[in-house]
Design a protein. Structure first.
Length: 130
């Protein structure tokens, strides 16, 4: 699966999000070092701390299936207007635990690919330059 296909899979997965409180749907898709693909979407809860990010759902699914290393993860928020959304700090910490090397940040019909070490400094969003 190439980067563009992974980005599209993250977009498609965001449509499955359960986000009745924020209306902020996030999807993620990842590829493990064994070549398997896993997806996840955010799942909100009225008790906000019980909410789970889309990236975390994808990572947890992969690890629960016996994976131990994630090569690349794509994240997409289909409701973001002006700004691309980076994984939050908790998700970045979880991603670092399992060796994510590259992150694809999807915004509307475009995406940017980053080395994971370059994603760490971002708080959680940037603006794409046209």
């Amino acid at each position: 699966m190439n980067d563009q296909e992974l980005a599209q899979l993250a977009r498609d997965t965001a449509k499955k999000a359960y986000a009745p409180y924020s209306n902020f749907r996030v999807g993620a898709a990842l590829i493990t070092d064994s070549g398997n693909v896993y997806t996840g979407c955010n799942i909100e809860n009225v008790s906000y701390p019980a909410t789970v990010c889309g990236e975390d759902v994808a990572v947890l699914k992969a690890i629960s299936e016996g994976e131990t290393k994630i090569d690349i993860l794509a994240v997409a928020c289909i409701d973001a207007d002006e700004e691309a959304i980076f994984p939050c700090g908790v998700s970045r910490q979880r991603m670092s635990e399992f060796g994510v090397e590259d992150v694809i940040v999807v915004h509307k019909d475009s995406f940017e690919k980053y080395k994971f070490d370059d994603v760490l400094p971002y708080n959680n969003k940037i603006q794409f330059k046209d």
